[in-house]
Ligand binder design. Sequence first.
Ligand code: HPA
Ligand code: ZN
Length: 325
Amino acid sequence: RVTRNFIDNLPKAELHVHLEGTLEPELRLKLARKNHIDIGTDSLETLKATYHYDTLASFLAVYYSALDVLQTESDFYDLAFTYLKKVHENNVQHVEMFFDPQAHTSRKISFETVINGFSKAAEDAKKFGVDAQLIMCFLRDFSKESARKSLEAAKPYQDKILGIGLDSDEHNNPPLKFATAFDNAVSEGYHITMHADVDQVDSIDHIKQALEIIGVERLDHGTNIVENPDLVDFVSTNKIGLTSCPNSNQFLSQDMKGAEVKTLLDRDVKVSINSDDPAYFGGYINDNYWSITKNYELTQEQVVQLAKNSFETAWISDSQKNNYM
Ligand code: HPA
Ligand code: ZN
């Protein structure tokens, strides 16, 4: 039997976490008070009672509205640094963190404020031995022109950004809408990945576009490829990483996709376990490893393989991988 202690002590990488999704109600309230922003209540209990969601769309509504409290560079720093301390506690050596600049520039916070706060926190995490990198996401429910502008805004900060991702509401927002933006991102030297949230409309079509046309290096979620043997062969052969997030899937799809993860492990797919939006889905990365291990009776070998996959599909050099594994 795998114990919680075994999971806690296992070295691992986290590849799918949204920094904005690490905003705990406590920090939200603290920043609201500091920045004099009315969030409807001054009580933590009342605030927590507003956190209702059981679909991607209903979750995103709460997630975006919570961001109003983030105003200054130090707010972005505090958000990321608070999360990075958790990363260290969870025995995560390497983390690639998503952030959503358009969710801030659209409310008149400058790109510079966001990237400086986040990247300074990443720099300071080196002090406790955590290697933290940033992945900038395009919001897929915004226009492709907005994505183009966001990529342009990132240019002066390219040394601080490892890759480009795609998140937010998938419905009617297929990967191909952003084909040009992702082509440009690759030409500029970024790694690329995209969300394929579980149980979305046209999911398999979207996954085919992401893998076969855009050429992503990883898929975020994407575990429903098990229904399509050709896609399973494709991701296995091409060593595409799938970043699964059990607690998030449980919340938004009422299914943590444990059976799918086990099937993918059996087929040699490089699937990993991640927290997605830990402040919203009841736990950080070790809680996610524990949920799936306990509910689907994973063996020690399977748990070790999941952690190994996280390093193998991380955007780090082979020598860095060898150091961690
Ligand atoms: N899916 C899509 N977009 C997101 C998510 C997610 O889980 N979290 C934050 N933005
Ligand atoms: Zn996500």
